[in-house]
Design a protein around this ligand. Sequence first.
Ligand code: TTP
Ligand code: MG
Ligand code: MG
Length: 481
Amino acid sequence: MARPPARHHTGVSGTTILHVDLDAFFAAVEQRDRPELRGRPVIVGGAPGSRGVVSAASYEARRFGVRSAMPLRTAAALCPDGVFVPVNGRKYRHASGLVMDILRRFTPRIEQISIDEAFLDVAGSEALFGPPPTIAVAIKEAVRAEVGLTVSVGVASTKLVAKVASDLRKPDGLVVVPAGQEAAFLAPLPISRLWGVGPQTQAVLAELGADTIGELAAMPVDALVRRLGQHGAELHDRALGIDPSPVSGDVAAKSVSHEHTFSTDTTDQEKIEATILALAEGVAERLRHGGVRASTVTVKVRDSTFRTVTRQRRLAIPTDLAEPIYRTALELARPEIRGRRIRLVGVAGSGLEEPAQLALFAEEDPRRRRVAEAADSIRSRFGRRSVTRARLLRSHLAAPEERDPMQPLERRRLGAAPAGSASPGPAPRDARPGGAGGEPGRADEASQGAGMDEADDARGPDDRLERDEELEGDEGLETDD
Ligand code: TTP
Ligand code: MG
Ligand code: MG
């Protein structure tokens, strides 16, 4: 795979918006789970004679003309050999969560617009993951490997064009529309592909002589406005691929989080705190790559009885550094950990703020920031695992209790502070717990210990606090190692 371009070259193309949509989603989940249904016309919605409508049709069923929202009876008439299966919402929600968690690895700038699709703005992710088409391929591969489903992806400069693009080569499609090509890309397509064009508008436009998007773009705006009012002007813009709406997702409202389920419930304070450090590092890294800072830190602790508590605190200064996140998380978690067998811990940063808003705030220790940025840049050049805790250098097997002793060379390279040191070392990593508590040496060990990357690499599903909370008790989401 091509080496990611340097940060200052990124975003030049401007085509940083991805639209990702699962293929025949509900039907694909059924085919994944029941191999005998693969290659067959699968219709999700209920029994063929029942009164409901089709939720999803596999691509095999679509050849018979079966479509979503069609009465099941019609589907049965069109496709008598179809396999009709009931809707299993819980299963689809679980699969959807796994996919969204994969997308969140690539950027916190994600806007989920339905159960099976989302927009991403990867402008801040190129240094780490490569140019947007490379990210699209990586997403497709990860979803296939980890969830067993295919997605189609559109890459473009606007949400509108990305969405049209993702739909164009389904299933398993990837369509990239280079900047400047938007209008030409849209021109031959029927107007119905445009957002906000229902059958009524379509009829009016047909009357005016526009069946394709290109014909609409070629019409004088005045004529459209006379006939359709302001909507006419908007449609004209859209026909040219113009869509100013940003990907408005997690940045304003959501959080970046990681959590870890221990392989066996534990009372080992040190192990738990080491895990919290690793989770804080993961959260901080993702904040930096998303170009945002968190103003609130949340910690989640679940014990062996499944009692789950979350505690949160606002920071005086929003941050994208591991240390303040770790320190805060630890203070919040300690009273909840003491004397209990712990099953899971999670750390989240929320109240995400963009740099523009942050000029108001004083910069924290600039040296620490430089160290964190150096680590990011090394990771982006040599891969995620080049600067991280020692255990992660070795394996994807991420159990915090697997604490391989560091090689002396690695220790030097990572610049581990001497035992007892409370100041940030010269290391290219930002998570020096410093005086955050605990005895000397413990912090250093923590830095070698657990891995947030397990949330990324081994257990996408448990990665988000919010959704997990929402679906509390849905053990489909609980992923043990
Ligand atoms: P879509 O993404 O619209 O459709 P799809 O994923 O089945 O097929 P594709 O994207 O490849 O064209 O919808 C996602 C899921 O939402 C779909 O699998 C089932 C559900 N759904 C309904 O239940 N009713 C509907 O009318 C539609 C359109 C979708
Ligand atoms: Mg879909
Ligand atoms: Mg969809």
